[in-house]
Design a protein around this ligand. Sequence first.
Ligand code: PLP
Length: 396
Amino acid sequence: MLAPNMRYAELKDSYLFNTIYKKTDEYLTAHPGKQVLRMGVGDVSLPLCDAVIKALHEAVDDQAKAATFHGYMPEAGAPFLRKAIAGYYAEKGAKVSENEIFISSGACDDLGDILELFDQNNTVMVIEPAYPEYVDTNILGGRKIVHLSSNEENGFLPEPDESIKADILYICSPNNPTGAVFNRLQLQAWIDFANKNGAVILFDAAYEIFIEDNDLPHSIYELDRADTCAIEICSLSKTAGFTGTRLGYTVVPQNLVRGGMNLNAMWSRNRETRTNGVSYILQKGAAAVFTPEGQAQIHKNIRLYLENASYFTNALNDAGIWYCGGQNSPYIWMKCPDGMSGWEFFDYLLNEIQVVGIPGDGFGECGKGYFRFSAFGNPDDTKEAANRLCALLKKG
Ligand code: PLP
């Protein structure tokens, strides 16, 4: 008889987001005509930039003519896009070659697929609070998960210590949900720890573009010896508004070897088996992101989101509330006032000022008592939400 993967039964259901939708809908039904400002979601609001749209249109036209038509693309990605991304790394001072870059349909896909490189008996470390996919994919894979707590005292940026016994180390910087960003020294400590212990870091750089402070690393490969211990997973979702268009890329260095196996060669082989590549049209659109024109346009959008973030941080500064993020990151992670739980604060904001955010509980145990806002909304709504928040918090 067929035995299903019973680990699906171990996954928590989408209680958090379902409850947020349900509570918001119930409020709107009871208070018709009220304007609720949704400031929690991690989806972008600005459209694709002109350079990308132009490239997409041209690529569609290419597919209409035999002379320029493209069938299957290489599994690891189109050479023109791999080259453009290698150039992007070089500008940051990170040495990444074209054949270390693998194009995907988004970071979410690769975060799941990459685990096929690792044995089921490996132990995984997840820094909490965390993006839920790190936990869920490993529950499904049947791996042991150790949770490393982060907190206000360490600025939600914990250091490695020898008590951590894990083979796969997830690091997300800038972090979702906390917005905290590892500096060079802190990240180097994790690299040295991974190399010393033969572990592999899965570095999630989905929000690197939001870093404006020159002292903070965008890529783990800006640091020494990361090429012998780290895989970096990136996405154009937040960088260039590709959440609904879909494109990501993963770097697996050629120097990354474990148990006599070369992980770059393994990932190449994995791609040959698991994908027939990403659409030519989307890869053309993505390549436009890395042109000078594309970079100027996306940075304009990122500035606007960061401006949104500053409305929240100004409000929290005014009210004297502890938070992190909001700079070099689109997420603002605040401590709920007066010892409220995340859900109590959610209800308070919804009822008093019709602003919706995300209770920190959704990101693991140590998210309790905290709350996440996102800066991806439109500027007018965000400014209005921040003003309402400031007035409410000051009133007490
Ligand atoms: N990694 C982090 C930390 C994210 O927050 C997200 C999306 O919100 C992703 C990865 C997934 O990105 P993608 O849209 O490329 O699948």
